[in-house]
Design a protein around this ligand. Structure first.
Ligand code: DMJ
Length: 453
């Protein structure tokens, strides 16, 4: 097993990597029965959406009513979940969703949208479904959306504003954060490749470099920055909300496009994170919070979002830290029998009691399973799945938890539950036939995009 993992790491180091490690298949054959159970629960959630919220952005699973993010709908759930349906072989559902999207999705709307969320859910969803189906009717709206989002990059620094009006191009939201500034290159860069329009690569890449250039003398970024002045407005440094996927995209920009500058920015960043933010404690390895300038530890705060980092460490080839951090994530999950959104690992108690149906801990279990062949990660996945079914399933779909201690449910089913959480659970047990996992890089919203060969 160790030899197979080592082989994979050598492959990763040698070229632009193998972004999804090849499963050591002799040790871990697919588990069709477990995969079928996940697929069944996907169908339960999807049918709830179809029955009570069809044509809208999301389902409110307790009131069994639709929810739209803005005035009117952007079809967020169908677009975000289409590639999951394709991977699961749900032909009929995928075909109906695709036809509805092609017929009804329009971005010619007088609404001010959040660039980051619309990019990762809609642009990413359209592009991966286009690549999986070859349907040009999914690329045309992606190009239209990309063009309407481009004005965000019009700030004096080139780092994007948070919001843009899809019809007028008016922007707002100058105080942003690394995650929203730096999590665009995979989707926009793929759009550039597919349309031949270099501007889609150049603008988010320039923004990424601008952000990286503002790192502190010890190589860290803060959690809030003004894109007009380029000044940091909050110096807290960590791998959680507001920063997380900035790091993920530095590495994946290298893996997807072979961009050597991204590789160098990632290497410098991960060295700084391991030197300053990583925290070796009696309860295991964590990544906490420090001041970006002094490196002084300011909090022992972790949470469900930070659980993406073992997956990134796997892609980086650091299986030792990846395994140890995932073990810490598991301890956070088991403390309350489902993970809280915030967890103080110093005090070993939750600080934010919500569970918004997040995928990150499962995503990391999948990468670790594929890299090591260790069945422990499938067992972990089974446990995550059982707890989610036990506490979050409702008659109408799946509900977030307002409180992981009391298990009180909340009236939301975020689209990423279908796009990411159930997809990574499925991938843990299945080997989809219609996507070559060695040939794609998964976006932060779990949309597989094809690599440059
Ligand atoms: C998703 O929308 C993406 O994974 C994003 O990068 C972070 N948060 C959610 C899931 O938790």
């Amino acid at each position: 097993m160790r030899m197979l993992a080592t082989l994979w790491i050598v492959m990763l180091a040698g070229c632009a990597g193998t972004p999804v490690p090849t499963r050591p298949s002799s040790l871990e054959p697919p588990d069709p029965a477990a995969a079928a159970r996940v697929r069944q629960e996907f169908l339960h959630a999807w049918h709830g959406y179809k029955r009570y919220a069809w044509g809208h952005d999301e389902l409110k699973p307790l009131s069994r009513a639709p929810h739209d993010w803005y005035a009117g709908t952007l079809l967020i759930t169908p677009v975000d979940s289409l590639d999951t349906m394709l991977m699961m072989g749900l032909e009929e559902e995928a075909e109906a969703a695709r036809a509805y999207i092609v017929e009804n999705l329009s971005f010619d709307r007088d609404i001010s949208v959040k660039n980051f969320e619309i990019t990762i859910r809609l642009l990413g969803g359209l592009l991966s479904a286009h690549q999986m189906t070859g349907d040009p009717r999914l690329l045309a709206p992606a190009d239209d959306l990309g063009r309407r989002l481009l004005p965000v990059f019009g700030s004096p620094t080139g780092m994007p504003y948070m919001y843009v009006n899809l019809r007028t191009g008016a922007t707002r939201g100058a105080v942003s954060n690394p995650a929203e500034i730096g999590t665009l290159i995979l989707e926009f860069g793929t759009l550039a490749r597919l349309t031949g329009k270099a501007v889609y690569y150049d603008k988010p890449k320039h923004a990424l470099v601008q952000l990286f250039n503002r790192r502190s003398s010890i190589g860290l970024v803060g959690e809030s920055i003004d894109v007009e002045t380029g000044e940091w407005t909050r110096p807290a440094s960590h791998v959680g909300a507001g920063i997380d996927s900035y790091y993920e995209y530095l590495l994946k920009c290298w893996l997807l496009f072979g961009d050597a500058q991204c590789r160098q920015m990632w290497q410098e960043s991960v060295d700084a994170l391991n030197a300053r933010v990583a925290d070796e404690t009696p309860s295991g390895l964590w990544y906490g919070e420090v001041d970006m300038n002094s490196g002084r530890r300011t909090a022992t705060e972790f949470g469900a979002l930070q659980a993406f980092f073992p997956a990134v460490l796997v892609l980086h080839g650091d299986l030792d830290r990846a395994r140890r951090l995932e073990a810490s994530c598991l301890s956070m999950w088991t403390a309350t029998q489902i993970e809280p959104d915030g967890f103080d690992y110093g005090a070993q108690r939750p600080t934010d009691l919500a569970y918004p149906l997040r995928p990150e801990i499962i995503e990391s279990a999948w990468y670790l399973n594929r890299a090591t062949g260790d069945p422990a990660y499938r067992e972990m996945g089974q446990r995550f799945f059982d707890d989610i079914v036990k506490y979050c399933r409702t008659e109408g779909g799946y509900a977030t938890l307002a409180n992981v201690v009391t298990k009180e449910q909340d009236d939301a089913m975020p689209s990423f539950f279908l796009a990411e959480t159930l997809k990574y659970l499925y991938l843990l047990f299945a080997e989809p036939a219609n996507v070559d996992l060695r040939d794609v890089v998964f976006t932060t919203e779990a949309h597989p995009l094809r690599r440059n060969r």
